[in-house]
Design a protein around this ligand. Sequence first.
Ligand SMILES: Cc1cc2nc3c(=O)[nH]c(=O)nc-3n(C[C@H](O)[C@H](O)[C@H](O)COP(=O)(O)OP(=O)(O)OC[C@H]3O[C@@H](n4cnc5c(N)ncnc54)[C@H](O)[C@@H]3O)c2cc1C
Length: 199
Amino acid sequence: MEGQHLSTPERTLSASTMKAYDLVVIGGGSGGVGAARIAASHGATTLLAEESRIGGTCVIRGCVPKKLLVYASRIGMEFEDGQGFGWSFQAREFTWGTLMGNVANELTRLERAYETTLRSAGVQIAHSRAELLGAGRVKLSANGQIIYAKHILIATGARPIADESLPGWQFCATSDDVFQWLRGRRCGEFHSPHTLGDS
Ligand SMILES: Cc1cc2nc3c(=O)[nH]c(=O)nc-3n(C[C@H](O)[C@H](O)[C@H](O)COP(=O)(O)OP(=O)(O)OC[C@H]3O[C@@H](n4cnc5c(N)ncnc54)[C@H](O)[C@@H]3O)c2cc1C
């Protein structure tokens, strides 16, 4: 989206509540992070606004945690198969809380790495929801600051929905829900958040 032309580096327009950038990116997921980093590395003054966690769906609640959970599930199957190959085990125990704690630590490490990479490229980060006001104007909800930008990139991703037209939809969990399950104990004991909430 194009607004007024700003050829100078970031400049304060009047009070500290008004700033201008070549590019404002709304959303710090895969798309937003990549665009902001590359634009800044080419010299564009760039602000990235993220209302949740830097890394977005892929890092925080998508590709990365999904792969870690899949790897964890495979190890259980390897134990089963191992018996046919002569392996035996005294005790075999799986602790969901340990897995989820370690997954959370890894996501935090990646989030920080993304932030460091962005800042190193010269991107300014606003930990705030951003609201598009019109051509070349964005408002940061966290402090009410109005930002002016030559270009605005909307990279806000998507959210899972529960399709209530599907019979039994209330028994379904989205992937976002699954990554919040902290209280499951053993394989086969996981329930939808609706039943977990009671335990
Ligand atoms: C469970 C799961 C597994 C997946 N696995 C894979 C995989 O293995 N391989 C693969 O290629 N893809 C995978 N994907 C898809 C991949 O995660 C997405 O395609 C990708 O993250 C989309 O990136 P994005 O930048 O468009 O949006 P997102 O990553 O969703 O980022 C959007 C960001 O914008 C922020 N935001 C929204 N509105 C505002 C606002 N108004 N102000 C400020 N910030 C805002 C959000 O908080 C979010 O952080 C998976 C997705 C899921 C759900």
